[in-house]
Design a protein around this ligand. Structure first.
Ligand code: UDP
Ligand code: MG
Length: 319
């Protein structure tokens, strides 16, 4: 058994939300991969308010393997926040973020580490192929990445998730970003540094169900867009100009027809349709403003990102 040295070289961070069927296997696969390196590491499991046996199983792992460390949230705070806590607690020189469900194969960590040793400070894993994902998820994800690349100022690489390695310097930079609606894969690019990617094939979930139903996926996509782009707000301006110009033409046409035509314009139906159309557009843009406003409100409240109930295995003085 490896000795739990005070400062591990690598930290593997995995957020866990009701993954009782996976934890044992995650540990087995991570250990198998990491043991080939023969360098000290820790496995930081962030329990994001699971209400199954996840926490109990983490404790069982810890009894056998002191490299397993646990951060236990007081409730569910969400995937991105759990990753953030992992970065806060991790002590390694390089931190690797990985999904607990083994869709990110732990063996790929070795490739990430290789790039890190070449001198890259952020190494992200790019999905070459996705296995066992629904057609809907695959297509919407693809579209989303194409969209966000177009409308944001930072170069978020396409088809990357949160599976990545970050050097201590990049981790410290990411830790200073305390915004509430977090899009970690964007924030890690935002920090700059030397970045590169490695390709991998994303596997199927080892067991259990996805914790991202459509509702959460939409929220997450909106967080990504609003975090890095004002375009949705600006569209209102463009739209306003287009409609205002069209109505100028319309006004001229109406006056012309009134003075020289036989009949004034069509009447009620036209009025109704244009009022409904504009009313709809205005409500949509009110909604978009609302999305940004709600996020501003959340920032202003400045609540902590998460509340930790307990931790196990961390050296108190190191953080
Ligand atoms: N997760 C979490 N909190 C949540 C939702 C998910 O910690 O509120 C974890 C989950 O346990 C998994 C990772 O985030 O380790 C990715 O979630 P999932 O596999 O369900 O997402 P998908 O791969 O389907 O997009
Ligand atoms: Mg998954």
């Amino acid at each position: 058994m490896a000795d739990p040295s005070p400062r591990p070289r690598y930290s593997i961070v995995a957020p866990v939300f009701n993954e009782e069927r996976i934890i044992e296997e995650l540990h087995r696969r991570v250990t198998e991969a990491m043991d080939t390196l023969d360098e000290p590491y820790e496995l930081v499991l962030v329990n994001d308010g699971s209400h199954d046996r996840s926490l109990e199983l983490m404790h069982q792992l810890r009894e056998r393997d002191p490299r397993v460390k646990i951060v236990n949230f007081s409730r569910n705070f969400g995937h991105q926040v759990a990753i953030t806590a992992g970065l806060d607690y991790a002590q390694g020189d390089a931190v690797i973020i990985i999904d607990a469900d083994l869709q990110d194969p732990p063996e790929v960590i070795l490739q990430l580490i290789e790039k890190w040793k070449e001198g890259y400070e952020v190494v992200y894993a790019m999905r070459q192929e996705r296995k066992g994902e629904s057609w809907f998820k695959e297509t919407t994800a693809k579209l989303f990445y194409r969209l966000i690349i177009r409308i944001t100022d930072i170069d978020i690489p396409p088809d990357t998730g949160d599976f990545r390695l970050a050097d201590r310097k990049a981790v410290q930079a990411m830790r200073t970003l305390r915004e509430r609606h977090r899009f970690m894969r964007g924030l890690s690019v935002w920090t700059g540094f030397r970045q590169t990617g490695v390709q991998y094939v994303r596997s199927e979930r080892f067991a259990g169900e996805t914790k991202y139903p459509l509702r959460k996926m939409v929220r997450f996509a909106l967080d990504g867009i609003t975090s890095f782009s004002y375009l949705p707000l600006q569209i209102a301006t463009y739209f306003g100009f287009v409609i205002a110009s069209l109505s100028l033409v319309g006004i001229a046409a109406v006056i012309f027809l009134r003075l020289y035509g036989h009949q004034a314009l069509l009447g009620q139906a036209t009025t109704l349709v244009s009022v409904l159309f504009l009313g709809g557009i205005q409500l949509i843009f009110l909604g978009i403003i609302g999305e940004y406003l709600g996020r501003i409100y959340d920032e202003v409240k400045a609540r902590p990102l998460y509340v930790v109930s307990d931790t196990w295995g961390f050296d108190e003085s190191a953080n």
